[in-house]
Design a protein around this ligand. Sequence first.
Ligand SMILES: *Cc1c(COP(=O)(O)O)cnc(C)c1O
Length: 384
Amino acid sequence: MSGHKAQKPETITAQALGWIDAETHAVAPVVHASSTYLRDVDNQYRTGRAYARADNPAYDQPEAVLAALEKGEAAMLFASGMAAATAVFQALAPGDHVVAPKVMYWGFRHWLIDFARNWGLEIDFVDMCDLALLKQAVRPGKTRLVWLETPANPLWDIVDIAAAAEVTHAAGARLAVDSTVATPVFTRPIEFGADLVMHSATKYLNGHSDLVAGALVTRAKDEHWERIAGVRARIGGILGSFEAWLLLRGMRTLFPRVRMAAANAQTLAHQLAANPHVSRVLYPGLPEFPGHAIAARQMKGGFGGMMSIRVKGGERAAIATAAQVGIWKRATSLGGVESLIEHRASVEGADTPCPPDLLRLSVGIEDAGDLLADLETALAIAHG
Ligand SMILES: *Cc1c(COP(=O)(O)O)cnc(C)c1O
């Protein structure tokens, strides 16, 4: 365990901090499945563990790896990305003001509108790419939290985390960043001033499309963090022990998976930009993409594995293209080793900022030539 602060993130993840089971010397962790813990004869709980809704040894290693990767003081696992994100807001008080982005993961936007507002939070949605608008939206002394997502689903808007942190902190609020798509491979929001980082661990952190999980990492174990821990323990959105084990296994290959997906995405973005049936490629790695300059500063070593294409011929042609793929799989979600394609407007509903001709691509780690040929064939058939 010692010296992990000096280790490179590739080493931290590959070895999961190098923890060895004290009893058996196993290199892979055991699965801690117990829901309850023995009380000492004098009525104390000296291990600090009493019941697995409040705390679970199965979380210790994956949480330590995540905290080390994001350079935070602590991390917490949740039953899903949504459980993690909503816990941040449930730890606020009715009447608190928060600012969220117009372009963000649709399910969370809907929760903020349908649930958080009813619960008494005051929420303003702003275009976070324009920091003048964020400056206008924050209310010093009243705004408790600013939430942002970068790159943001499904248009991949890039938000300048350092600049947003400055505006947020000047108003006396905390900044939370949904960094699911950037991953700790490319961006560590805490280094840019964020107070909280959220991941849908369902996506790249696990990377194999075989579990649902979420995570938060905090810059400091402050009272907001303690309230979030209380939300997890009392509302009970906890991850199962087996899923925590599986997540740690997935995280060990985070760096090579995510780097390969991003390299494939970069290749595909350039090739698809020249395709006669594609009107626009939305990918932060393209020099002509509006957020490219900020992304080049903020994302180190790559621009991620997510992109969208806008298909000539509108919604009908987009859906027809998705119908013709073979290697790509028509499915929602993202961040797995296999490539997925999705007509997002069908998912997001009437109030979405997503145009109807858009196909979202979660680029996997297959051969880039196979992925390109499959998509080019599908585009050609759909336009035939
Ligand atoms: C999937 C996703 C979420 C929600 O996470 P779940 O694990 O599905 O609950 C939140 N934010 C982003 C960016 C996502 O992709």
